[in-house]
Write a protein that binds this ligand. Structure first.
Ligand code: UD1
Length: 353
């Protein structure tokens, strides 16, 4: 039987999650994409669709930037009118962004069944906008596709009554699909050698919007760059805040496409980041990670020392950067599935409709 599914996305990590899903969402399923327009700079948006071979969105709602309430509110209004027109059998929402939240609230109010992909993750830190978004997404969804067993346990512990399925992680699917393309010419372009540099990315609101915290992070990175090259990937939010700040030896690089990003990550000596997705991609590519946060939604990556939570504690960061103590026996990509999560998700939705 033919069913109509709408995916709601709005920013970079969601375009990557869509990449394996598009391959699984074939005929006779009618699949439409709503792009809220939360990310809109070419290298954060269009370039991703192009490199990943994802057809353009069926609806681009042009929401753009704003405060959390404004961005979410505009998203709800604009998504609602598309959902009323299209009346899908399912709405798929991804991850934990303001676009996820807007999609969830618009759909729930219209009584459209929601499936949340990447459900059950918890940082247990309600100061993070993402933690609020993911908890509400889980409460409002009828089907929850978890990337890991830890996520399943989190939902069960909370007494969640929806269908809970450990599908594996669609980001792992994306990584497996990208694998054969992970060796672009980006090292030559940047004139760096494998293992000669640290990669750094900072974009989380709690690190960037607090000027003192951002300055402290940047000062630590500058200090580290005296010993080894640091490629600092700028997110527009971070770049804006750093205008006029002397970055000294840090090499600021604009946001990269997915394949370049994976190449740079795979060849880095280590990565320092506050991203959720990158912690896990680093783990899967066996690049040790130092996380500039106090918590993580991906506790599996901490096993065997592959990821270290260092917050903004300079000594902890230096210790984590200096160690080479990683336990290969405790490295287990299987914790994130088998690279076929997208197919499992679509099979499941077709069967229960
Ligand atoms: C959002 C998600 C975060 C995800 C990240 C990936 C929320 C609450 N956060 O954070 O979970 O990890 O995307 O990048 O949804 N901006 C531009 N151009 C763009 C996009 C953003 O200039 O294409 C600037 C705007 O000034 C904007 C700021 O960056 O105000 C922050 O963007 P926003 O979409 O609010 O959040 P992100 O930090 O990107």
């Amino acid at each position: 039987m033919s069913i109509k599914i709408i995916s709601i996305v709005g920013n970079r990590p969601q375009f990557i999650k869509l990449y394996p899903m598009i391959r699984a969402l074939k005929e006779p399923i009618r699949h439409l994409v709503i792009h809220t327009g939360q990310h809109y700079d070419n290298n954060m948006d269009k370039a991703f669709f192009e490199t990943l071979g994802i057809p353009g969105a069926d609806y681009n709602l042009g929401v753009g930037s704003g405060s959390h309430g404004w961005q979410t509110g505009e998203g709800i209004k604009r998504i609602e009118s598309v959902l009323i027109k299209e009346n899908p059998d399912w709405v798929l929402v991804y991850g934990d962004t303001n676009s996820t939240l807007a999609g969830v609230l618009a759909s729930a109010k219209l009584h459209i069944p929601i499936a949340h992909i990447e459900a059950g993750l918890r940082s247990h830190d309600m100061n993070m906008p993402e933690e609020i978004n993911r908890r509400i997404a889980d409460i409002c969804s009828s089907t929850l596709f978890c990337p890991t067993e830890t996520a399943v346990k989190n939902l069960k512990r909370e007494g969640c009554e929806a269908n809970i399925i450990n599908s594996g992680d669609v980001m792992y699917d994306a990584l497996m699909l990208a694998r054969e393309r992970v060796e672009t010419g980006i090292l030559d372009t940047l004139e760096i050698r494998s293992d000669s540099y640290y990669l750094a990315t900072i974009h989380r609101a709690e690190n960037v919007d607090d000027k003192t915290r951002l300055k402290r992070i940047v000062d630590i990175l500058i200090k580290l760059s005296e010993k080894r090259t640091i490629i600092f990937l700028a997110h527009p939010r971070t770049e804006k805040e750093l205008k006029g700040y002397d970055l000294k030896g840090l090499r600021l690089v604009p946001p990269l496409g997915y394949f370049d990003m994976l190449t740079l990550l795979q060849n880095a000596k280590k990565i320092l980041t506050d991203s959720g997705g990158l912690q896990k991609e680093a783990y899967l590519l066996k690049t040790p990670c130092v996380t500039i946060r106090e918590n993580t939604e991906w506790p599996e990556t901490l096993n065997g020392g592959w990821n270290v939570l260092a917050g903004i504690d300079e000594q902890k960061i230096i210790n984590a950067i200096s160690t080479s103590d990683y336990d290969l026996a405790l490295h287990s990509p299987k914790l994130f599935g088998d690279g076929k999560a997208a197919y499992k998700i679509i099979d499941y939705l077709r069967r229960i409709k």
